[in-house]
Write a protein that binds this ligand. Structure first.
Ligand SMILES: [Mg+2]
Length: 355
């Protein structure tokens, strides 16, 4: 097979602010493998969750070294290729894994969800993200989402550097605003590791009283963060979900006894193959699944969407906040996202890439 990687730029319509900072414009990588006239595509890019950081240029350099080594193999010779992937960073592995799987599905003429025997009708509503900001900015963002998607699930970012009082104001303003919407809307909280254990213990019962339905990553990620979750859980009346804390199978095993769910992301785990394994393992350990994204286009979210039938809390909204998403094929009806019915990932490049 031949492989290559092309950088492109994306811009968010609304910059996203979380407890660790703000992102607006980002460099991404389109990964391609070709063999026997079929081209498989994948996406990867920068990931920075505080505990781990991978830059997109470093990921591109890893892939540039990989391509000559993959040359003797076909894209479906996974076992032969596997040792070559062992030293890759999770985002580099993600890019190549998606391109190989896209090639495989296209070669067989089937979408991946079908090859894995998943039921496309089981995809639930995705949450949409409201970042940190002033009360007025949060109110405005809610109404933008209402116009665009009519969401039934909101993910509100907390862990504000301005402190717990500001976090509480944002929650109350959100609940007030949502009371004006038709129908009921679930409010999930994601603190992105912005609280210490004492703050998390104070906030969790208060959030439950306000009507929040879930609490994600209240504590900072660290190698021994399971101890913090073990202490927090008896005081937390909401389902506790980990995101930044859980990258590997080892993290999953370490955290599973102390939390209720895990937010799976393709860039963190190294692509669809590994995320499918994580999903099966997490379910076996009794956890519920969220499936999330970073600043991903509908190519990466279209790949993640292949696993939506396995997931209780879909969270694939990043492509809905891009000024110019270059890809086509991911289905959305209202706030329900479903994987494409086309072969492979089912996503095509529809516009030229911005460099
Ligand atoms: Mg999160």
């Amino acid at each position: 097979m031949q492989g290559c990687c092309r950088p492109f730029r994306i811009d968010r319509v609304v910059p996203l602010t979380i407890s660790r900072g703000q992102t607006h414009c980002l460099e991404r990588l389109l990964v391609e493998v070709s063999h026997e006239g079929i081209i498989g595509i994948g996406e990867t890019g920068r990931v920075d969750t505080g505990r781990y950081h991978y830059g997109s240029r470093a990921v591109a350099a890893e892939l540039a070294q990989l391509w000559p080594q993959l040359k003797p193999y076909a894209p479906d010779q996974w076992q032969q290729c596997e040792p070559l992937f062992a030293s890759l960073s999770p985002p580099a592995r993600c890019g190549v894994d998606l391109a190989l799987l896209d090639w495989w599905g296209k070669a067989l003429g089937r979408p991946l969800w079908r090859l894995w025997g998943l039921d496309r009708q089981r995809c639930g509503a995705t949450s949409v993200t409201v970042g940190l900001g002033s009360v007025e900015a949060v109110r405005q963002r809610l109404w933008q989402w209402f116009e665009q998607v009519r969401p039934s699930r909101i993910k509100l970012k907390l862990g504000s550097p301005r402190g717990l009082d500001h976090d509480r104001q944002l929650v109350q303003a959100t609940i007030r605003e949502l009371d004006r919407w038709p129908g009921s809307v679930d409010v999930q909280i994601d603190a992105n590791g912005g609280w210490d254990p004492e703050q998390a213990m104070t906030m969790a019962p208060w959030l439950k009283d306000q009507g929040a339905v879930l609490l994600e990553q209240p504590l900072p990620a660290s190698p021994d963060d399971h101890e913090g979750y073990a202490a927090l859980r008896p005081h937390c009346p909401l389902p506790l979900v980990v995101d930044e804390s859980c990258w590997t199978l080892q993290d999953l095993i370490r955290l599973a006894p102390h939390v209720d769910g895990v937010n799976l992301k393709l860039l963190k785990h190294g692509g669809l193959s590994q995320t499918l394994l994580m999903a099966r393992m997490a379910t076996g350990l009794g956890l519920r699944l969220m499936l999330g994204c970073y600043a991903d286009t509908s190519l990466l979210n279209g790949a993640a969407a292949q696993l939506l039938p396995l997931v209780q809390w879909p969270d694939l909204d990043s492509h809905l906040n891009l000024r110019r998403d270059p890809f086509l094929g991911l289905e959305r009806i209202g706030d329900v996202i479903r994987p494409s019915t086309a072969p492979g990932l089912g996503i095509q490049l529809a516009k030229s890439l911005q460099c």
